[in-house]
Design a protein around this ligand. Structure first.
Ligand code: DGP
Length: 114
């Protein structure tokens, strides 16, 4: 059994509120939402951080972004707009080391981020 929480969600060992699934990616609701709509989009395959992604992951990363856009449409926040974020490592605020795209919607977001 893996100790990666998101690999365990992909394997169905930990429940999650699914938004969409494709061959390579899964989107589900964040357990601790920081916006009215807060989805996470992850690859089924374990990649710890964006810094670990390689040129071989180019297609997969594109699929991750497009699934994020689809999740935003399904959540009803595409028309007004939304924020996508991928935190990388400690200074980026990453806490789960399996890459994930945050899709945040349902309120305005300021810039620059904190
Ligand atoms: P980050 O800090 O960028 O690594 O974001 C990790 C996110 O993962 C954070 O917003 C909370 C969420 N999270 C952590 N554990 C779980 C879980 O078991 N289920 C779900 N749905 N989300 C989780």
């Amino acid at each position: 059994m893996t100790d990666c929480i998101f690999c365990r969600i992909v394997a169905g060992e930990i429940p999650a509120k699914l938004i969409l699934e494709t061959e390579n990616v899964v989107a589900f609701h964040d357990l601790n939402p920081v916006a009215p709509q807060h989805a996470l989009v992850i690859p089924r395959r374990h990649i710890a951080t964006l810094d670990d992604a390689t040129d071989e992951d180019r297609e997969l990363l594109g699929q991750l972004m497009l699934a994020g856009a689809e999740a935003a449409r399904l959540l009803g926040c595409a028309e007004n707009g939304y924020r996508t974020v991928m935190n990388c490592k400690e200074s980026g605020g990453q806490s789960v080391y399996h890459i994930h795209l945050h899709v945040l919607g349902g309120r305005p977001f300021s810039w620059p981020p904190g």
